[in-house]
Design a protein around this ligand. Structure first.
Ligand code: NAP
Length: 252
């Protein structure tokens, strides 16, 4: 009898980088739970995966809510099987210079990126430990190195780098690896918001940024999906606690 496919959960997968990662993991033979704030918002990603012959379900959950996360991970385990691949991708921006940054700006960003990754990982690692196999990938950012107007976001993205290193140490004995991808500039709705904040058109902003990137272009969600496919593969079993900058150069 054929082995059932490994089950992956990708958070924030309704659009952007998460949608691309979900599609890539499905193309690689994983059954994928496409998780985002509402189940309806995941329909397009789920449809794209099933149209390409893959297996996916949509799951609505706020990753910063412990109740939502428990319900979502239980639902995935019952519907698709024990989730053993987790990609913590859900994210938001609340940019402001430090003197203008409100407590809400800080709490919202830290809640989604850091608390969300913590809650999702705590719920999924139970299944990974039981299965004695697992892959965890967190989306960090080149902003972890510092970026004007993003004290909240940069702190969260740097925090995720420490988080995966500790997961690698704690979970390695169960054949569970944990790594981070630090994307450079990837054209998505998130960069559209940044362009609006800077009072630029998205296209103009992309062209301006591309001039500063050694490979001469901005990134695509598929560039990040390729890195996620490697980290979640069977053959990456000796790669853990690492941060891979996917930025078209040593820094963007
Ligand atoms: P995006 O287009 O804004 O997509 C983020 C997704 O996360 C959205 O579908 C969003 O839902 C969802 N989400 C937000 N809060 C959530 C929550 N509490 N629970 C569940 N889902 C939630 O972002 P992206 O550009 O693809 O970025 C994806 C990840 O890569 C983020 O972690 C980001 O920080 C990181 N990253 C991006 C870039 C870049 O250049 N784009 C660079 C470095 C790192 P809604 O649409 O309903 O808000």
């Amino acid at each position: 009898m054929a082995e059932s496919p490994r089950v992956a959960v990708v958070t924030g997968a309704a659009r952007g980088i998460g949608a691309s990662i979900a599609q890539r993991l499905a193309a690689d033979g994983r059954a994928v739970a496409v998780l985002d704030l509402s189940e309806e918002s995941t329909e397009e990603t789920v449809r794209a995966i099933t149209a390409a012959g893959g297996r996916a379900i949509g799951v609505g959950a706020d990753v910063s809510s412990a109740d939502d996360v428990k319900r979502a991970v239980d639902h995935v385990a019952t519907t698709l099987g024990p989730p053993t691949i987790l990609v913590n991708n859900a994210g938001i921006l609340r940019d402001n210079l430090i003197f203008r940054m409100t407590e809400d700006d800080w709490d919202a960003v830290v809640s989604v990126h850091l608390r969300g990754a913590f809650l999702m990982t705590r719920a999924v690692q139970t299944h990974q430990v039981k299965q004695e196999w697992g892959r965890i990938v967190c989306l960090s950012s080149i902003s972890a190195l510092g970026n004007r107007g993003q004290a909240n976001y940069t702190a969260a993205k740097a925090g995720l780098q420490g988080f995966v290193k500790t997961l690698a140490i704690e979970l390695g004995r169960y054949n569970v690896t944990a790594n981070a991808i630090a994307p450079g500039f990837i054209a998505t709705d998130m960069t559209r918001i940044t362009a609006e904040r800077m009072k630029l058109t998205h296209e103009g902003f992309l062209a301006q940024v591309a001039r500063e990137i050694p490979v001469g272009r901005v990134g695509k969600p598929e560039d990040i999906a390729a890195a996620a496919a490697f980290f979640t593969s069977d053959e990456a079993s000796f790669v853990s606690g690492q941060v891979l900058y996917v930025a078209g150069g040593p820094k963007a």
